[in-house]
Design a protein around this ligand. Structure first.
Ligand code: ADP
Length: 323
């Protein structure tokens, strides 16, 4: 039964009960006070009527007040719902703008990259380049790659937020895929004079994952391990079976994080603020995307970290068939 009706019945019964008790009490008192029978009857009728009227008026007030509270509650709820709907609409519009702008940026960037590649690789067609010109072009190429990663990250955010992130699951060879990621990051790893150790059993089952997204998850974690470790540090990537899942641990001996730093680590645009992270380029998008990619596979991601000692990022993805 709605709250309004429960309250109304409660007040009605209370008012009737209270009126009855009051009338009996007045009758008793007046019965003792007034001697003359006709006068007593008139006085009793008048007081009974007055008290009944008074209670009806009081009851009316209570019901009216309750009705006001009830309707103002409904108005408040409707207002909050309208505000939420408006915010959702604004957020959908922002996601749409983000997606459109990112696509628009990607088209000219792809063209810049392919022109630079032609100039660097086909000098017999475009004319010989001096050492210096080649260096400049390589600089443009590297910055363009970085921009492309950033734009791809923005596109990923918009597909996560619009709920259009789709995976195509296939059975992947964990060792092979991780080796390819390490090779693709060779320049970055060499720049930091870092070493990467792979600890993956040869008979490990395959992983059921997306061909593009699996390397992306590993790349994000390995890039971070390099970025947030001192020169010459070692990162270990371990893979093993964990029930129905494959668990992968990316373990570094870098700057690590405190308990406080860890809260909100997988949130969008989150960056730990310290002297090292301020010097290292980052957007705080990588772990947000990584978490969503792992979630979309039905896996889990977590981190253990100690300030000054290093971090281990672990994630699980569904296990496939054995080799
Ligand atoms: P970005 O590296 O671009 O800032 P991420 O989302 O990948 O964004 O990481 C978020 C933050 O988490 C980083 O800014 C950094 O402070 C912290 N972080 C991530 N990985 C590590 C790591 N391996 N060691 C220490 N701090 C890390």
């Amino acid at each position: 039964m709605p709250r309004k009706w429960r309250l109304t019945i409660f007040f009605a019964l209370t008012a009737i009960g209270a009126t009855g008790v009051a009338i009996i009490a007045v009758n008793q008192i007046l019965g003792n006070l007034v001697e003359d029978e006709p006068t007593r009857a008139i006085v009793l009728r008048t007081t009974t009527g007055a008290m009944g009227g008074l209670f009806i008026v009081l009851f009316g007030f209570i019901v009216a007040a309750d009705k006001n509270i009830y309707t103002s509650n409904i108005r408040d709820i409707a207002m909050v719902e309208a505000q939420l709907e408006q915010r959702e609409q604004e957020s959908r519009a922002k996601t749409q703008i983000l997606s459109t702008v990112s696509h628009e940026l990607k088209t000219p960037l792809t063209s810049i990259l392919s022109q630079v590649q032609i100039m660097l690789r086909q000098q017999d067609r475009v004319g010989a380049l001096s050492e210096r010109q080649q260096r400049c072009l390589k600089g443009i190429q590297e910055d363009s790659y970085r921009l492309r990663v950033l734009i791809d990250d923005l596109l990923d955010i918009s597909s996560i937020e619009s709920g259009t992130l789709r995976l195509t699951l296939t059975e992947l060879d964990v060792q092979l895929e991780i080796k390819e990621v390490v090779e693709s990051l060779e320049t970055q790893i060499n720049e930091k004079e870092a070493s990467v150790i792979l600890d993956i059993p040869p008979d490990l089952s395959r992983v059921k994952s997306d061909k593009v997204r699996f390397p992306q998850i590993v790349r994000n974690l390995l890039t971070n391990a390099c970025k947030y470790s001192p020169v010459g540090a070692t990162t270990t990537i371990t893979a093993r079976e964990n029930g129905e899942f494959i668990q992968i641990d990316v373990s570094d001996k870098g700057i690590g994080m405190s308990e406080t730093d860890l809260s909100g680590l997988f949130d969008k645009f989150y960056r730990v603020d310290n002297s090292t992270t301020r010097r290292v380029f980052g957007t705080g998008i990588g772990l947000f995307i990584t978490r969503h990619l792992v979630d979309a596979h039905g896996g889990k991601i977590w981190v253990k970290s100690e300030e000054g000692k290093g971090s281990t990022f672990s994630f699980t993805l569904p296990r496939g068939e054995r080799e």
